[in-house]
Design a protein around this ligand. Structure first.
Ligand SMILES: Nc1ncnc2c1ncn2[C@@H]1O[C@H](COP(=O)(O)OP(=O)(O)OP(=O)(O)O)[C@@H](O)[C@H]1O
Ligand SMILES: [Mg+2]
Length: 228
């Protein structure tokens, strides 16, 4: 089996004719067991980069290969399936549905997944909640809007990790936390990875959380950004 999870070549992305922002990537690779922290100031394209990697945004030119499939050539419904089966994503703003329970929020990301058995699997939800220090009995049926910010963040991570996806993308998941809790949170994230074959890309505005990551890069080392 190939060690490669994601491979990007000669990518060129621009939002529209009216917006100047342009992002180019010559070459980028994520392999099994990699953990990459990409840091950069606000507006430098970190979220855009993750959205390209997951197929949520499409480039004008170039190739993005995910686990052997060229996603730039697939339909948006095929991309949804690939994302559901192989990606776990922690969004910058969590994207929890406030009126859904913790359980349904955790299982929500698998709506498009072929891993059907997951959709009602309480056991894995419980294991993950335990790992993330979320009390199962008291929180499982609670609505997302009834959680603290730190708890919402942990639920967002549980949702990303459920089903043991090969690729984890995390967009600034520590921004709502103070310094001590940020560190603890990163420890928790690494501890919760199910096996060391998973590949992790995290983006952040700073590189202070770099300790645990194998690779730490400024976004400018990966992408050529044109913002004016
Ligand atoms: N939908 C959009 N329409 C127009 N411009 C956009 C859109 N989304 C992003 N941009 C622009 O693209 C650039 C990159 O945005 P992006 O969200 O990737 O930055 P970021 O590094 O994630 O920033 P932050 O640290 O604030 O989250 C910015 O200049 C932003 O204004
Ligand atoms: Mg962002």
């Amino acid at each position: 089996m190939s060690k490669n999870l994601i491979s990007i070549n000669n990518l060129d992305y621009s939002i529209s004719k009216n917006v100047k922002f342009r992002l180019k990537i010559k070459k980028f690779e994520l392999n099994k067991s990699d953990s990459i922290l990409i840091y950069g100031d606000s507006g430098t394209g970190k979220s855009t980069f993750l959205n390209l990697v997951s197929g949520a945004l499409s480039p004008k030119k170039g190739k993005i290969n995910v686990l052997g499939t060229e996603i730039t050539n697939t339909s948006s419904s095929q991309k949804d399936v690939i994302r559901g089966d192989h990606f776990g994503i922690v969004f910058q703003t969590f994207n929890l549905l406030p009126y859904l329970s913790v359980k349904n929020n955790i299982l929500l990301g698998k709506a498009y997944s072929k891993k059907k058995e997951l959709k009602s699997n309480n056991e894995e939800v419980k294991i993950l909640m335990d790992k993330l220090s979320l009390n199962y009995e008291s929180l499982i049926e609670r609505k997302a809007y009834e959680l603290s910010i730190g708890q919402q963040q942990r639920v967002a991570v549980a949702r990303a990790l459920i089903g043991k996806p090969e690729i984890i993308l995390a967009d600034e998941p520590t921004s709502a936390l103070d310094k001590n809790n940020q560190k603890e949170f990163i420890n928790l994230l690494f501890k919760s990875l199910d096996d060391n074959e998973q590949g992790l890309i995290m983006v952040s505005h700073d590189n202070k959380l770099s300790e645990k990551f194998k690779t730490v890069k400024n976004i400018n080392e990966i992408c050529e950004i044109n913002n004016d």
